[in-house]
Design a binder for this molecule. Structure first.
Ligand code: ZN
Length: 297
């Protein structure tokens, strides 16, 4: 099944659901994640896609800055369905938690969750809150309620095989609209209590529409709006890496020129960019010109 995201609305509620198995698998293999890191990264990337799908906003960056062994977990997504992600320590092994599940909460630890929305018009808006459990979905639910005053329910799941391949990944975000009635709320709570975990639903072959149908069981009319294809895509390029190199200080740049070769790895996707002596000399010269211009102004 291709990765995809479906948006739907029904009486008093809006739902986005996504299947992200392939893109999470790509991120997990690019970063060589062990299972607990794979689950943390995959859930965060899926959450970012679901939150970016909101019409009002453009890009969305989610960052978990916890004190657990995984270190920071970051994902960037946009409404076109592209996402990239990064985890500081992908090689972490932890015993299963008391429920027999991957201990994502223990891996993330305590700290701050921040969410940045790039609206494209003004400066980006960043909101933050304390990490509640580190289990990602619960934290995003809490963030949306406390920082964005949007009562929501977020579900995320990643199933990792022993060979470190991702067997299933996906999620949903369910938001109450201002006109929600008590009756709708009760119906939703009942549905949420009886649905299977997201990773199980995805593994059993449900698509995003199928997940929405489970969440909205008993609703008279569900309007399925758009379906968007999803993919892992990094925004890095050799030109962008050059810009980073140009901003290095003179001493560091000079020593790269003297080495005659530099390899720069994009931490979001693991892509390696090579620079030879001629390229590094050109970058060095540009950076000196910038500095001269600044000094003259
Ligand atoms: Zn990259």
């Amino acid at each position: 099944m291709k990765d995809h995201l479906v948006k739907a609305v029904a009486d008093g509620v809006r739902v986005h659901a996504a299947i992200t198995t392939n893109l999470v698998n790509e991120a997990v293999s690019r970063h060589e994640c062990y299972p607990v890191a794979a689950a943390a990264l995959g859930r965060t990337m899926t959450g970012a896609l679901l939150m970016a799908a909101n019409l009002k906003n453009k890009e969305c960056t989610i960052k978990f800055n916890g004190n657990g062994p995984l270190g920071s977990v970051v994902a960037d997504a946009n409404p076109e369905g592209f996402v990239r992600g990064y985890i500081a320590n992908p090689h972490v092994n932890l015993p299963l938690n008391e429920k027999g599940k991957l201990d994502v909460g223990g891996g993330v630890g305590q700290g701050i969750l921040s969410v940045t929305r790039f609206t494209g018009l003004k400066d980006p808006i960043t909101g933050s809150c304390e990490i509640v459990s580190g289990e990602i979905a619960e934290d995003l639910t809490n963030y949306l309620y406390t920082s964005e005053q949007t009562p929501s329910s977020v579900g995320l799941g990643v199933l990792v095989n022993p060979d470190l391949k991702v067997a299933a990944a996906g999620g949903f975000i369910l938001q109450l609209l201002p006109d929600t009635t008590e009756e709708t709320l009760t119906k939703l709570e009942n549905n949420l209590a009886k649905i299977r975990p997201v990773s199980t639903m995805v593994k059993d072959g449900l698509d995003a529409r199928g997940i929405i149908a489970k969440l909205l069981q008993g609703f008279d009319k569900v309007d399925y709006l758009t379906t968007t294809d999803l993919a892992f895509k990094c925004q890095c390029s050799k030109e962008r890496i050059e810009d980073v190199l140009i901003s290095l200080n003179e001493h560091d740049l000079k020593s790269l020129v003297d080495d005659g070769h530099a390899e720069v790895c994009c931490h979001f996707c693991g892509e390696k960019y090579q620079f030879n002596k001629d390229e590094l000399t050109a970058i060095y010269n540009v950076s000196q010109k910038f500095k001269d211009n600044k000094a003259n102004n």
